[in-house]
Design a protein around this ligand. Structure first.
Ligand code: CP3
Length: 340
């Protein structure tokens, strides 16, 4: 078993810097599109054999040091009672706007309501045995609430902020419920065999540092504290966290995910040596010529300056138009340039 990824999560020394890519199972791979062309995205998420197959594709094609199970952050929100569609971005037919809407939300029974997620994990653990560790994941409560309140992706997040500032009791009731769901969902993934957990807070950075501290931090902290994680590292990725790393760190977790707007070395100086970091190549660098990709990989490795506890990754998900060849070249560069 390739232990580089888990060792680096715990800040242990490794022979080469481990690397995986956020959103590594997806549309940039022709092998993914071949499977996806025969069903909808939600059908793919709900068919464990197929979900497991697309999770393994990047491990074999790119040679990454970890697999991430194939699903979506919104998968467990649907059984809370919200009608979900992907077009391809997520859309909820009836967004949450009132206390009555929040009261109607139920906390799913994970074994009954999302059995396909747990089954995907079990299949993956069998198929990945002796290869690489398996990462489970969920959205952070705030990012899930953004989609539930906005009803879809947003540029200004006006509806969630309107609720946050204008109806703080509704916002708090929603966040409490989503946090409880998330905790049970991630604990069910751990029980099914996930070997690490990544929490995606894609939209945490749309708030000011003080709003983040008031309206997000208490919930993510409760979530991370509530995970059954004796031997399960937790990666906390807040996109846009560069100006509030000291605050985000307070949520806990073992690894801080970094986007590309921060210098990884400066970020480590602020975060301190107790926490590992993951990141942080600009995803658009994969569109550049190979010589440029290589020098950018070298730059990120140099910023880390040999400190233990670095997992190489992009600073956000790989783009659907990225080239698999360049992605593989990047992975090879990380391994070659970091070899001890
Ligand atoms: O490889 C992996 O990382 C595992 C699979 C995964 C998906 N979504 C599959 C997916 C993961 C970890 C996610 C997380 C996710 N989903 C996030 C957090 C990470 C991030 O990118 O910020 C968010 C915000 C979502 C919500 C979501 N799902 C959006 C905005 C979209 C559409 C646009 C897009 O980026 O693709 C989706 C759909 C989705 N989720 C697809 C995939 C492969 C594309 C669906 C398709 O095949 O048509």
């Amino acid at each position: 078993m390739n232990m580089r990824f888990l060792d680096a999560c715990w800040g242990k020394p490794v022979d080469r810097t481990p690397v995986w890519l956020m959103r590594q199972a997806g549309r940039y791979l022709p092998e993914y599109r071949a499977i996806r062309s025969k069903c909808t995205f939600l059908e793919l998420c709900k068919t464990p054999e197929l979900a497991a197959e697309v999770s393994i594709q990047p491990v074999e094609i790119l040679g990454v040091d970890a697999a991430i199970m194939f699903s979506d952050i919104l998968t467990p929100v649907e059984p809370m009672g919200m009608k979900l569609d992907f077009v391809p971005g997520p859309v909820f037919e009836n967004p949450i706007r009132s206390m009555k809407d929040v009261e109607k939300l139920r906390i799913p029974e994970m074994e009954q309501d999302v059995p396909y997620v747990l089954e995907t994990i079990k299949i993956l653990r069998r198929e990945l045995a002796g290869k690489v560790p398996l990462i489970g994941f969920g959205g952070a409560p705030f990012t899930l609430a953004c989609y539930m309140v906005e009803g879809k992706g947003s540029k200004d997040f006006a509806e969630i902020k309107r609720m946050m500032y204008g109806a703080p009791d509704v916002y708090a009731a929603l966040m409490e419920k989503v946090t409880t769901m998330d905790m049970e969902y991630l604990n069910a993934q751990i029980k099914a065999g996930a070997q690490a957990i990544q929490i995606f807070d894609t939209w945490g950075g749309v708030l000011s540092p003080s709003d983040y501290a008031s309206y997000v931090l208490p919930y993510t902290t409760r979530l991370i504290n509530g995970l059954d994680r004796q031997n399960i590292p937790v990666i906390h990725f807040v996109k846009g966290s560069g100006s509030m790393l000291d605050t985000v760190k307070l949520a806990g977790g073992d690894v801080m995910g970094l986007d590309w707007h921060v210098n990884l070395g400066h970020a480590r100086d602020i975060i301190g040596p107790q926490m590992a970091v993951q990141g942080n190549l600009d995803p658009t660098v994969l569109f550049a010529p190979k010589t440029f990709i290589e020098s950018e990989v070298a730059r990120v490795l140099a910023e880390n300056a040999g400190r233990p506890g670095h997992i190489f990754n992009l600073g956000h998900g790989i783009m659907p138009s990225a080239s698999p060849e360049n992605a593989k070249f990047m992975v090879d560069c990380v391994h070659r340039l970091s070899q001890k």
